[in-house]
Design a binder for this molecule. Structure first.
Ligand SMILES: CC(C)(COP(=O)(O)OP(=O)(O)OC[C@H]1O[C@@H](n2cnc3c(N)ncnc32)[C@H](O)[C@@H]1OP(=O)(O)O)[C@@H](O)C(=O)NCCC(=O)NCCS
Length: 246
């Protein structure tokens, strides 16, 4: 499967399952990365973390190459203000963000600046009441607690990924109190409301929540120009072959 091409003002997410990668594959593919990323790959102690990093960088680099013809390794990616990785050169209209959890790695790419994406493995993080109270707005906590116990972790992680996608789009982290970001999941698309410390923040964002595989939730945040149509947000799988055989 080839890498999707984002239309103007739309955002595309591509995700890859890394579970079939062997240590040998990973070492061979790392040679496609620029030296600084190869060094970082070599520093990971946990093989899955190394593979997640490797595949994330192969994904964005292969995608940029397929859109522009500029070789994957020629793109310079730099941590911008607040540590958010961005394209430093060559000049391009693209904004991207990466996420990984368990065996999945995903990247959102868009011509809209400042997009964010977050993945969570539903099997990874059992919900405790304390977690919901700490990170969710009162209306979100009430919505989670209204659900049967078996559905509560899923609902919590839906809110969690939306909050993280928004924070990652903005490149802001610990400075924000997560419970002041309040999402509503009642309509066709998730919507955001800013509370307390965040009152007055711009609401011009479009969000989407997906379940690419039964075990994973994925949320995307895309800035929306006030009064213009909602950006189209699509998600599709890509194979490791699409990243490693060009
Ligand atoms: C840095 C941070 C964004 C990573 O998020 P995460 O959920 O642990 O990990 P994800 O897999 O979703 O994302 C990791 C990728 O995000 C990207 N990233 C790194 N710093 C980022 C930042 N400041 N903003 C946006 N994206 C960032 C990187 O591409 C990274 O992957 P790579 O290093 O392999 O290239 C996260 O630690 C953070 O600051 N989150 C903000 C929300 C927060 O404070 N939550 C409370 C935690 S208790």
């Amino acid at each position: 499967m080839s890498l999707p091409c984002p239309a103007d003002r739309a955002a595309c997410v591509a995700w890859v399952d890394v579970s079939s990668i062997t240590a040998q594959d990973a070492s061979a593919w790392a040679s496609r990365l620029p030296q600084a990323e190869r060094d970082r790959f070599a520093r990971y102690r946990h093989p899955l973390s190394a593979q997640q990093f490797l595949v994330g960088r192969l994904l964005i680099r292969s995608w940029l190459e397929s859109l522009t013809g500029t070789a994957a390794a020629a793109w310079e990616l730099k941590a911008g203000e607040r540590g958010r990785p961005e394209i430093a050169s060559p000049p391009s209209p693209w904004s991207f963000n990466l996420t990984h959890s368990g065996n999945l790695v995903a990247c959102v790419l868009s011509s809209v600046a400042q997009v964010g994406v977050d993945l969570e493995d539903l099997d990874r993080r059992p919900l405790t009441r304390d977690l919901a109270q700490r990170f969710c707005a009162p209306a979100e906590v009430a919505d989670i607690e209204r659900r049967p116990e078996a559905e509560q972790t899923h609902r919590f992680l839906a809110y969690w990924t939306l909050k993280e996608a928004y924070l990652k789009a903005r490149g802001i982290g610990v400075a924000v109190h997560l419970a002041d970001l309040e999402f509503t999941l009642a309509g066709e698309h998730p919507t955001i409301n800013f509370r307390e410390s965040l009152v007055g923040t711009s609401r011009d964002w479009a969000f989407a929540l997906f379940q690419p595989l039964p075990r994973y939730l994925l949320s995307v945040a895309v800035p929306q120009v006030a009064g213009s149509p909602r950006p189209d947000i699509t998600v599709s799988p890509v194979t490791l072959d699409a990243l490693t055989t060009r």
